[in-house]
Design a protein around this ligand. Structure first.
Ligand SMILES: Nc1ncnc2c1ncn2[C@@H]1O[C@H](COP(=O)(O)OP(=O)(O)OP(=O)(O)O)[C@@H](O)[C@H]1O
Ligand SMILES: [Mg+2]
Length: 500
């Protein structure tokens, strides 16, 4: 049968750096074709070429047997032809409502007066298609990341797609939302629509993929049938070497208590929360998306107000009413929403990494060369792929942006680091490097990390102690050496009323 989409010899450079070096890719009707590769491999760039956001330097695109005229190819032409994208970084407009965002997506060609009733009706219909129960009048900025992502998907589905591109759609989704998405993908396939699916969650790739293509450094390495694919082989293709994936034995010798929270409470929690972290310790907090993990970190870091509760740091009572106070006390926080909360997109890699550190210097003399040296050390050890230290962060790949936020906090000189889903969007190879850096961070026995993740395997691998949250409360403390994923899952489902 004729291919739905055929891409041949696609090349693209930015500022003289070659990012795609002649890539071939094709897609059948009703197929899910998974695209894998390390951070910065060129996956999103290839997709942006298909969606008309970037123009290619060389190559051709054929849709339904028709070679496309690329001289006047842009986002509008791509969508008119039925190539629709769910982007990796959100394209929603935060201060508009859900309904307004949805209507922007579909009524852009119309003119004249807006009929609000029809806007809301349309929104409700589109939302019900993705089983998304939300008031269309809600402002987008008030939505948690997972809801923003579902909305982004709803927007894409409201367009008339032939080829649907999904760039890490599940990175921020809860398990239930992911299941809903997979069901929707099944329906879309049955309608003959082809889906290009990018993900760093390797376990889901075999679940929904028909074929898998692996890219490395702007080149296509291989295309395999999903059912024949072996995970270790795929990882090998991605990073070009074998990766050992075992829990690193770490004999943690936690010292005195560094931080303690007692009876923290606000409307996000269903019961007061108390916990402590010791020096030299990595405390894992896990639970399903929507169980209250992010809310807990926001409460500790002073983002959300507390109605009740006490905190102490290094044995002394502290008040944390704002992130600024938290930073001054030596607490760092890597938020889960990397674009909105973590980065100054127009500044360079160097400025972003040293931002928090600089804000604490205030008037002291500061050596630019030593800043450069430290930052370039960090950039190298986390493997941030950038054209140079002054490259603006907005030009980095999704995973590399996340690494910059991580580097920023490592450099900031904090005592307590709260990491909320630090490896979302990070490729498997870089992930184990990040684990290593977290261990290194606490190894001196003076500092501690609160490691929040809904990936239970990851928490089991990294944490010295695990707290499980469910339905806005802490439900149990577990020892990673003695517990299992099944047990963690059982406790996560305990309260059975998670928001996700
Ligand atoms: N507009 C741009 N200007 C300059 N460089 C860019 C631009 N867009 C992408 N790049 C560079 O191209 C390379 C590939 O980026 P791309 O976003 O395609 O990676 P990716 O495979 O999607 O990675 P990730 O898994 O991290 O999302 C990166 O090194 C990135 O910095
Ligand atoms: Mg990407």
């Amino acid at each position: 049968m004729e291919k739905l989409l055929q891409v041949e010899g696609v090349a693209k450079s930015f500022f003289g750096v070659s990012v795609l070096k002649g890539v071939d890719f094709d897609l059948d009707h009703g197929e899910v074709h998974v695209l894998l590769g390390e951070n910065g491999a060129g996956k999103s760039t290839l997709m942006k070429i298909l969606s008309g956001a970037y123009q290619l330097d060389a190559g051709s695109i054929t849709l339904d047997g028709q070679k496309l005229d690329l001289s006047a190819y842009g986002p509008r032409t791509a969508e008119d032809l039925g190539i629709v994208t769910v982007y990796q970084n959100f394209h929603l407009i935060p201060h508009l409502s859900v309904a307004e965002n949805l209507s922007l997506a579909s009524f852009t060609h119309g003119r004249g007066l807006i009929r609000w009733e029809s806007v809301y009706d349309h929104a409700r219909e589109v939302l019900s298609r993705v089983d998304f129960d939300i008031d269309p009048r809600t402002k987008v900025r008030a939505l948690p990341v997972s809801k923003k992502q579902m909305l982004e998907i709803a927007v894409a589905l409201s367009k008339n797609a032939k080829v649907l591109i999904m760039d890490e759609p599940t990175a921020a989704l809860s398990r239930r939302e992911t299941e809903t998405l997979f069901k929707i993908i099944g329906d879309i396939k049955a309608r003959g629509i082809g889906i290009i699916y990018i993900s760093h969650k390797l376990e889901e790739v075999k679940l929904i993929g028909d074929r898998i293509t692996v890219m490395r450094d702007g080149v296509k390495v291989a295309t395999v049938t999903a059912k024949d694919a072996d995970l270790d082989m795929i990882i090998g293709l991605m990073i070009g070497k074998n990766l050992s994936r075992s829990r690193q034995a770490r004999e943690a010798v936690p010292g005195d208590e560094l931080f303690r929270a007692v009876d923290l409470n606000n409307p996000n929690f269903s019961a007061p929360i108390s916990f402590g972290v010791r020096k030299g310790e990595i405390l894992g907090i896990t639970g399903l998306v929507g169980s209250g993990k992010t809310e807990l970190s926001r409460a500790v870091f002073g983002v959300d107000k507390l109605n009740n509760g006490r905190m102490s740091l290094g044995g002394r009572p502290v008040r944390i009413d704002s992130p600024k106070q938290a930073v001054r006390l030596g607490i760092g926080y890597l938020p889960e929403d990397r674009d909105a909360d973590g980065l100054c997109l127009n500044l360079g890699v160097k400025e972003n990494v040293s931002l928090v550190y600089l804000s604490k210097l205030k008037g002291l003399l500061f050596s630019i060369t030593s800043e450069r040296r430290t930052v370039s050390g960090i950039v190298q050890s986390i493997g941030i792929k950038c054209a140079g230290l002054s490259q603006q962060v907005k030009y980095l790949s999704g995973g590399n942006k996340q690494k910059v936020v991580f580097g920023k906090w490592l450099f900031a000189g904090c005592r307590l680091l709260i990491l909320d889903e630090p490896t979302i969007g990070i490729d498997v190879g870089a992930r184990s490097e990040i684990y290593g850096m977290i261990r290194q961070f606490v190894d001196g026995g003076e500092r501690a990390v609160v490691f929040i993740s809904s990936d239970m395997d990851e928490v089991l691998e990294v944490a010295d102690r695990i707290l499980v949250m469910s339905g806005g409360a802490l439900v149990v403390e577990l020892d990673p050496r003695l517990t299992t994923k099944q047990e963690i899952m059982k406790y996560s489902l305990l309260a059975g009323k998670t928001a996700g």
